[in-house]
Design a protein around this ligand. Structure first.
Ligand SMILES: [Zn+2]
Length: 247
């Protein structure tokens, strides 16, 4: 394959641009914010689950409290009714009076027990409320952390994408003047050779694979016509002679 030396040198410019674009894409993929966002999102999900569980626990305890208070109220009402009957003088039989007295005593005991239950439930209610408050605050904080990391990532994206857009415009201008067959070879090699399809010959070295050519090989390169498209014998990349190549 033959190509004008100027077009071959343009290929090096194109290579530099493509490497720059690869670099920008790599930075876009490997921003530290990606890991931060993953972690913040996982924390956020875990906290959301904890808040839901704590709220359910709180709801259960609130229902327990209502029930315990109703139990107390029931016993209290019954005791008051018995007391009223007692005070009214309507019950006259000594046996009935004794039973009534006995029941009033039992109800007082029962009421005291139930009031203890109410107190115990109230304590649990308080800690359930505290837990919901604490977890909700942590959830809100994790939302802020997540949003901040996303914001930083998006700012970096915007910067990198703007850079890439500019570089792509430069690329179009250069790519437009490179002969099609040379371009095709370059793109194929670039894909096969880790992003580098064209390399400069510099101080007897292929800058693609760093191989140093022997004097004999170098002399053979020197003897090649200027417009011949050379390939590195070691890596196969297009080897480009510039004013600094010493050939
Ligand atoms: Zn090479």
């Amino acid at each position: 394959m033959n190509a004008a030396p100027a077009d071959q040198i343009r290929l090096l410019d194109l290579q530099a641009i493509d490497s720059r674009l690869d670099q920008l894409a790599h930075r876009r993929r490997t921003l530290p914010e990606h890991a931060e966002i993953d972690k913040a999102a996982a924390d956020h999900t875990a906290l959301k689950d904890l808040v839901i569980a704590a709220q359910a626990q709180l709801g259960d305890t609130q229902r327990e409290q209502t029930k315990a208070e109703q139990d107390v109220e029931q016993v209290r009402t019954r005791a008051a009714r018995n007391q009223q009957r007692m005070d009214s003088g309507a019950v006259t039989s000594p046996k009935d009076l004794e039973n009534l007295q006995h029941e009033i005593g039992s109800l007082a005991k029962r009421q005291a027990d139930l009031e203890d239950v109410v107190l115990e439930v109230m304590e649990r209610l308080e800690s359930a409320e505290t837990r919901v408050t604490e977890l909700t605050a942590r959830l809100e904080h994790s939302t802020v952390v997540l949003k901040e990391a996303e914001g930083r990532r998006d700012a970096q994206f915007a910067e990198l994408d703007a850079d890439a857009e500019k570089v792509k415009r430069d690329r179009e201008a250069i790519a437009a003047v490179i002969p099609a067959d040379l371009m095709k070879l370059y793109l194929r090699l670039r894909e096969q050779q880790g992003g580098v399809g064209a390399a400069r010959l510099y101080q007897r070295r292929c800058e693609g694979c760093r191989t140093e050519f022997s004097i004999t090989e170098f002399n053979a390169i020197k003897a090649e016509p200027n417009d011949k498209v050379l390939r590195c014998e070691n890596c196969g990349r297009i080897l480009i002679r510039t004013g600094e190549s010493g050939v």
